[in-house]
Write a protein that binds this ligand. Structure first.
Ligand code: NAD
Ligand code: MG
Length: 391
């Protein structure tokens, strides 16, 4: 029996992970599940999967969680410390699928057991890539990418020599607003930005897909995870989302990874790695798909890509500032405090302000340092939003 824990079990990635594990309950010993305010969902999954522990991120939800788990034998806990304690419980495989920088510390902590950390939480690599890789190496832990593009690259690299890699190309659907005329983008609504043409995902990443902040995060992730120079990493728009990534080699070959837009593929690959096992995802009918299209993304429409280039070159503290500012800007858009195109303005301005106070290209040595920079960047980004509101 493999011991597994799922951080962010109630979310989109968490539920897809539970779908896979729930199909084969005899193979898994579920240690901990964590969630947020969806207490009924968290408790139901914890009971069904016979988890040892269920944790809600919110202290005030503990009485409800206790009540929902009464008599089940599943322990209940709440709060940030309890999330870390859940990560301290030894497991062989841990899914890191909390959304945002909140997922960083529990993932870091889980590496201490030398476990396999399946990394859906892209913020971990963007904010603290070098530290995370070093921590994994120190404890003999394995990091596996779950973001579909990075899982695709990882799979295309099996058996290959990194020295022969010329370039990595990740694809982008273009998001929910890809056909909206440029001059209408500033007025785009939450409902428009929150509808994805191909993937069914959490609200935050869906909006990030429309702005391409998601692709910006993924370019940075690629740089950090695979250690490839920024000028060898590209993003291309591919509206069908069938090819997830391609790796170009020095003989001119491009190895592409194709699959249906279903996160259970990348999750299942990480779950069974290094083996491949049967997964309940649709099989592609190429004749029916008929056409795969590609075009270059436009920097005017997607300023996030330009910002990502800057962050990939700067590294150091730039990633954590970028991510924090992006999260605050996204909160601002969701709360209708700023417009859709203002999000990039907030991130640009925050990077600018922070670069006057800190040498952003300086490496960080501890997780605490990352969390302090994260906090300072959030304060700076909030100030930018307030300024925009006054205008
Ligand atoms: P989601 O919003 O559906 O779920 C997020 C989960 O995190 C929930 O369980 C929620 O309770 C928990 N959570 C939220 N805030 C928290 C906090 N402050 N502390 C502790 N827990 C908290 O998100 P998702 O779409 O499943 O995405 C999860 C992560 O995976 C994100 O980093 C996302 O970028 C990444 N990812 C998602 C997809 C996808 O298809 N959904 C694909 C690639 C990468
Ligand atoms: Mg992705």
């Amino acid at each position: 029996m493999r011991r597994v824990s799922i951080f962010g079990a109630t979310g989109s990635i968490g539920q897809n992970t539970i779908d896979l594990i729930g199909r084969d309950p005899g193979s898994y010993d579920v240690v901990a599940l964590t969630g947020g305010r969806n207490i009924a969902g968290l408790a139901a999954d914890a009971i069904r999967l016979r988890a040892d522990l269920a944790v809600t991120a919110h202290d005030e939800c503990l009485p409800d969680l206790r009540a929902a788990l009464a008599g089940s034998g599943v322990e209940a806990a709440a709060g940030a410390t309890a999330l870390l304690e859940a990560a301290d419980r030894p497991a062989d495989w841990v899914m890191s699928a909390i959304v945002g920088a909140a997922g960083l510390a529990p993932g870091f902590r889980a590496l201490r057991h030398g476990a396999t950390l399946a990394l859906a939480n892209k913020e971990s690599l963007v904010t603290a890539g070098p530290l995370l890789l070093a921590e994994a190496a120190r404890h003999g832990a394995t990091l596996l990418p779950v973001d579909s593009e990075h899982s695709a690259v990882f799979q295309a690299l099996v058996g290959e020599d990194m020295a022969a890699v010329e370039r990595i190309v990740i694809t982008a659907s273009g998001g929910g607003l890809r056909d909206m005329p440029l001059d209408q983008l500033p007025q785009a609504t939450l409902a428009q930005a929150g509808a994805h043409p191909n993937w069914d995902m959490g609200q935050r990443i869906t909006i990030d897909s429309a702005s391409m902040f998601n692709k910006a995060m993924e370019l940075i992730e690629t740089r950090e995870f695979f250690g490839v120079d920024p000028d060898r990493i590209e993003a291309v728009i591919h509206p069908q989302s069938i090819i997830h990534a391609l790796v170009g080699f020095n003989d001119g070959a491009l190895m592409a990874h194709l699959g249906p837009p279903d996160m259970r593929h990348a999750i299942g690959y990480a779950l069974h790695w290094p083996d491949r096992r049967h997964l309940p995802v649709a099989r592609l009918d190429l004749a029916q798909i008929a056409r795969l299209e590609f075009h270059a993304p436009c920097d005017t429409r997607y300023p996030a890509l330009r910002i990502a280039r800057n962050v990939m070159e700067t590294r150091g503290k730039a990633g954590v500032v970028f991510n924090a500012a992006k999260e605050i800007a996204l909160d601002g858009f969701i709360a209708a405090r700023i417009g859709f195109m203002d999000m990039a303005g907030v991130v640009d301005a925050t990077l600018d302000v922070m670069s006057r106070e800190f040498r952003l290209n300086e490496a960080m040595n501890t997780l605490e340092e990352v969390l302090v920079m994260d906090h300072l960047a959030r304060v700076a980004a909030q100030a930018q939003i307030k300024q925009m509101e006054r205008r």
